[in-house]
Write a protein that binds this ligand. Structure first.
Ligand code: XIL
Length: 349
């Protein structure tokens, strides 16, 4: 976050600590965030209230992706992004941006870009317009999302897609350079998933992510933060040592570490709700303990606030037909054990 932009709760916490005397002066809270959907705001007062109550920051779940902003090559449609920002503003919340470059979430016309020079000028135009438009409310962008191959075979295996196919792996460099030219003082994040679990796939993916980040840093590419999406699998242990060593190394390299899309996949967890919620909370705790053992993250953001609105069933519908419960509030907005874990870590546990 911009150093001058203090959040209301941080300010309040500071005043309370100052009144309580020097021994009580703790480090500021780690902000809590959630992905939000502008189209739900007008129809659901409970949703609005839950976000306002539990979040310091929101991120648009889809409103700032290419598919939404760029319905056609000549068009920029900021209606959904603007609605997200307006909600945040009216509730005193910050907004982070997601995402400027990704091989997914793109409009079909993007594939018609054939040459490298067209791709580069399109990338430049898009990043410039979007970052400029939201320069005041947004000082923290996922500049490049999911750069590593889905299932990498080696530590140099990057994701295929429109951008690498037209520009080669240097599309990542270009995106960060352009974003830094437009808004030099913003936070610029490289965001990735499936690097948290104790599985061979995640271990290799984390190694590839690490290698890419250190290479970018060495070549002077201006990224300033690393996002761990943390779509955790409820049934798989976290690689605690691996995650904490990774976070510590990123911190030593001068990068901010952010938890950007936390949720817990309960696809294969027991049906019993209390049992399931306990496992979801435990997995969250195991992951955040590992992160905090490495460094203090700048944000803990969940991919949604309520089980009522989660992307989880798109991919991981439960076989027993029960609804997924991956998030801190249930579908009736009741608080779940996961929420307590998030709040405890936000206070710096
Ligand atoms: C997902 C949204 O949650 C869905 O609603 C949408 O249809 C597809 O994208 N990693 C990311 C997010 O970086 O942008 C994805 O969001 C989830 C995985």
């Amino acid at each position: 976050m911009h150093p001058l932009r203090l959040h209301r709760r941080s300010v309040l916490a500071g005043i309370v600590a100052a009144l309580a005397g020097p021994s009580a002066r703790a480090a500021p809270r780690v902000p809590l965030g959630a992905a939000a959907n502008h189209y739900i705001f007008p129809n659901d007062a409970v949703y609005r209230a839950a976000i306002a109550k539990h979040c310091d920051v929101i991120v648009a779940e889809g409103a700032m992706k290419w598919a939404e902003i760029r319905p056609s090559r000549d068009e920029f449609n900021f209606a959904a992004g603007d609605a997200t920002v307006a909600f945040a503003k009216s509730h005193g919340l910050q907004v982070r941006g997601h995402t400027l470059v990704w091989c997914e979430g793109n409009p079909p016309w993007l594939k018609t870009i054939a040459s490298a020079s067209d791709a580069e000028s399109e990338l430049r135009q898009h990043i410039t317009r979007v970052v400029e438009r939201y320069r005041a409310p947004i000082d923290d962008w996922d500049v490049v999302n999911e750069p590593i191959a889905e299932k990498p075979r080696s530590t140099t295996d990057l994701r295929d897609g429109i951008w690498p196919s037209r520009l080669g792996p240097r599309y990542i460099d270009k995106a960060f350079h352009i974003a830094a030219e437009v808004a030099p003082r913003q936070r610029r994040v490289l965001n990735e998933y499936a690097i948290e679990a104790a599985t061979p796939r995640d271990t290799l993916k984390r190694a590839a992510f690490r290698r890419l980040i250190l290479d970018l840093k060495e070549r002077g590419v201006p990224l300033t933060g690393v996002g761990l999406q943390a779509h955790l699998d409820g049934s798989t242990e976290i690689d605690s040592e691996g995650v904490s060593a990774f976070c510590a190394e990123m911190h030593r390299a001068g990068l901010d570490v952010l938890v950007t899309e936390l949720d817990v996949n309960d696809f294969q967890l027991p049906a019993d709700i209390a049992e399931r919620d306990a496992i979801v909370a435990k997995r969250t705790e195991q992951f955040l303990s590992a992160v905090f053992a490495g460094c203090r993250p700048k944000l803990i953001c969940t991919w949604g606030i309520t089980d009522k609105h989660t992307w989880m069933p798109m991919w991981f519908k439960r076989r027993d037909g029960l609804a997924n419960r991956p998030l801190p509030l249930d579908a009736s907005f009741a608080e779940k054990p996961m929420l307590r874990v998030l709040q405890r870590f936000s206070r710096g546990a």
